[in-house]
Design a protein around this ligand. Structure first.
Ligand SMILES: C[S@@+](CC[C@H](N)C(=O)[O-])C[C@H]1O[C@@H](n2cnc3c(N)ncnc32)[C@H](O)[C@@H]1O
Length: 203
């Protein structure tokens, strides 16, 4: 299969090469939570990494499921929940195969799409749609990381793969998702340039 494997991510965790990791919950998640835009519900965090967002959601009373296919990510997230005496489900699964028993009321997608090779983006986007009940929101943070070799020579480089807003629009088409009007919040990242924060409502 094209792109990174679970072993690739496991190695990054083992070698502590995790530049995407903020060491705490994303400021954008906190902003959505503090404003009440994102209220307690049954929520999925795919590609949850160290689990900072999973723990924050659990702390705020969400029925949260974190999912990752790297054993280290699952272990870190479970340990974080345990150390804070928080309840939450943490599953080891590949987002390209995961089949939830029932759909979710919300998904918090932070830098999982950009971790997957673009060959699999359509399949992943279709799954995100299937995993949500109609009217539910995909709280998306889409990494903006254009590289000169991509723009000038058409090379596909990553992870993180650049999630250009036009590609995101093609993946989450207006026929299946309600798009709020731009401009979208720009969320600075210490090492990944920035993300665009776009809450998409499943039709
Ligand atoms: C860039 S990290 C982001 C982690 C976390 N969301 C954050 O922002 O700190 C990507 C995460 O997605 C996981 N991942 C990548 N591809 C995956 C897949 N196909 N299924 C499940 N998890 C995946 C990796 O193991 C890694 O933990």
């Amino acid at each position: 299969m094209t792109g990174p494997t679970p072993a690739f991510w496991q190695q990054r965790f083992d070698q502590r090469q995790t530049p995407w990791d903020r060491g705490g919950p994303s400021p954008q998640l906190l902003s959505w939570l503090d404003s009440g835009a994102l209220a307690p519900c049954r929520i999925l965090v795919p590609g949850c990494g160290s689990g900072w967002e999973v723990a924050e959601l659990a702390r705020r009373g969400f029925d949260v499921t974190g999912l990752d296919y790297a054993p280290a990510a699952v272990q870190r997230t479970r340990e974080l929940l345990q150390s804070r005496q928080l309840a939450g489900e943490v599953l080891q699964a590949d987002v390209l195969h995961f089949e939830p028993q029932r759909p979710f009321d919300a998904i918090y997608e932070q830098t999982c799409l950009c971790a997957i090779h673009p060959d699999h983006w359509i399949a992943y986007a279709q799954r995100l749609h299937q995993w949500l009940v109609p009217g539910a929101t995909l709280w998306g943070l889409f990494v903006q990381m254009p590289r000169p070799a991509a723009v000038q020579e058409g090379r596909i480089e990553g992870p993180p793969y650049h999630c250009d807003i036009n590609a995101v629009r093609a993946l989450f088409a207006g026929s299946h998702w309600h798009w709020p009007k731009p401009p979208y919040d720009r969320v600075p990242h210490p090492s990944l340039s920035h993300e665009l924060a776009v809450p998409l409502t499943r039709r």
